[in-house]
Design a protein around this ligand. Structure first.
Ligand code: SF4
Ligand code: SF4
Length: 397
């Protein structure tokens, strides 16, 4: 229960207001979410990594664990304290819950002369996401733009997304492959959350500074013991987030990046990276913004029953760009270039933002350690059309 002096406020907290929640009262936050029917999803240890799964209680959080990340490397290690959110993002992103890897769209059975389409029961969970980082909020906003705000709305994504309650966490530590500062997507959360927590450990005192982001968040917090944040607690919070910002494992210079990539389609670096790339598609699977899906139709052997499935796809497969007669992007060079130029350049033309939020997952989980920040640096250092590029950039400026 709460420490002495902690209380529920008489009037509900307002959006933007900042409070303190004792670490021992995180249980009460979980309880308040469960009481409102939310299924709690958050970070937990599994198979040597911190992944997003259903959390039965606060005890499932990765208390006292952190990670070492680098190109093609991820290792869990013990922290010296009992931090619950003292790790950087792992292989999972919230994409796996909002835009699910495999969804059956419909079923049909043979019925006399034709097919009868069967009802597809669609049970959408009401998720509470615990521990959403700033780069991940930016990634969700990018997927919203594609799946909700374009001409075609994905109804399952919409149902899951509109109900999702988001408990964000400001990063107190950056991972070895993080570069959100370069992409202007973190480490402080600035939008898109119901409640945002910053974990603060000062000697024996362990607490969270809570920012209210929505009325829904205020309603939940109202049922949880909390106090108003003092000036000293707010200063401690600023220090935690500033520490993460100073500690980025990677950087990327994004100046004129669209023009840089557009004017270097024939750069020899694409051949070098293609020599290493296995075209396995890990980078697209772990990327929180990649949204491509494919459709698969199946039937049983007797032709009585048919199903249509939507599955995650990857621009690294041959089938992705297959049209009658063959694949448009048959080489690894063409596929890697397509992926990187889409993330950092064509995405800007399509959706008005970069397709990369600097989470570093594609670097950590690439089995051969290909690093998008290094690829940009290499192309920039040997810009094949530097003079032409400057002229073109001058024209568009
Ligand atoms: S860049 Fe790495 S993760 Fe992506 S397809 Fe190539 S080998 Fe796989
Ligand atoms: S491209 Fe890589 S660093 Fe950028 S958002 Fe995707 S996984 Fe993260």
């Amino acid at each position: 229960m709460s420490e002495a002096g902690h209380s529920h406020l008489a009037s509900p907290p307002e959006a933007g207001a900042r409070f303190v929640l004792a670490e021992a009262d995180l249980k009460a936050l979980f309880g308040a979410l469960e009481a409102r029917g939310y299924q709690i999803m958050g970070p937990t240890l599994r198979d040597g990594a911190i992944v997003y799964e259903n959390l039965a209680s606060v005890d499932d959080l990765p208390r006292g664990w952190t990670d070492d990340q680098d190109g093609g490397t991820y290792r869990l290690k013990r922290r010296r304290d009992a931090a619950l959110f003292g790790y950087a993002v792992g292989p999972h992103s919230w994409k796996k819950l909002l835009l699910q890897p495999a969804v059956r769209l419909w079923r049909a059975r043979l019925n006399g002369a034709g097919f009868e389409i069967l009802d597809e029961p669609r049970e959408t969970a009401r998720y509470a996401f615990i521990g959403v980082r700033s780069c991940e909020l930016h990634a969700i906003a990018i997927q919203d733009r594609v799946l909700l705000e374009g001409p075609y709305v994905d109804p399952l994504y919409r149902a899951l997304r509109q109900d999702a309650f988001i408990v964000a966490v400001n990063c107190g530590r950056a991972g070895g492959t993080c570069f959100c500062v370069s992409m202007n997507t973190g480490p402080r959360v600035t939008f898109g959350f119901d409640l945002a927590l910053t974990e603060i450990i000062q000697g024996r005192r362990h607490y969270f500074l809570v920012t209210v982001g929505s009325e829904r968040g205020a309603g939940i917090l109202n049922g949880v013991p909390h106090t108003e944040a003092t000036a000293a607690e707010q200063r401690a919070e600023e220090k935690v987030v500033a520490g993460a910002a100073r500690q980025m494992g990677r950087t990327m210079d994004t100046t004129g990046i669209k023009e840089l990539l557009y004017s270097n389609y024939d750069h020899p670096r694409w051949d070098e990276v293609a020599d290493r790339c296995l075209t396995c598609g890990n980078c697209t699977n772990v990327c929180p913004t990649c949204f491509c899906t494919t459709i698969e139709d199946t039937t049983d052997l007797k032709g009585q029953h048919a199903e249509r499935w939507q599955r995650w796809d990857s621009c690294f497969t041959m089938g992705f760009s297959y049209i009658h007669g063959g694949s448009i992007r048959a080489s690894a060079r063409a596929r890697y270039r397509q992926w990187m130029v889409h993330k950092l350049a064509t995405w800007i033309d399509q959706f008005g933002t970069s397709g990369c939020v600097g989470c570093g997952r594609c670097i950590t989980w690439c089995p051969v350690g290909i690093d998008i920040t290094e690829e940009v640096r290499a192309i920039r250092a040997t810009d094949q059309t530097a003079d032409l590029g400057r002229v073109e950039r001058g024209r568009t400026a």
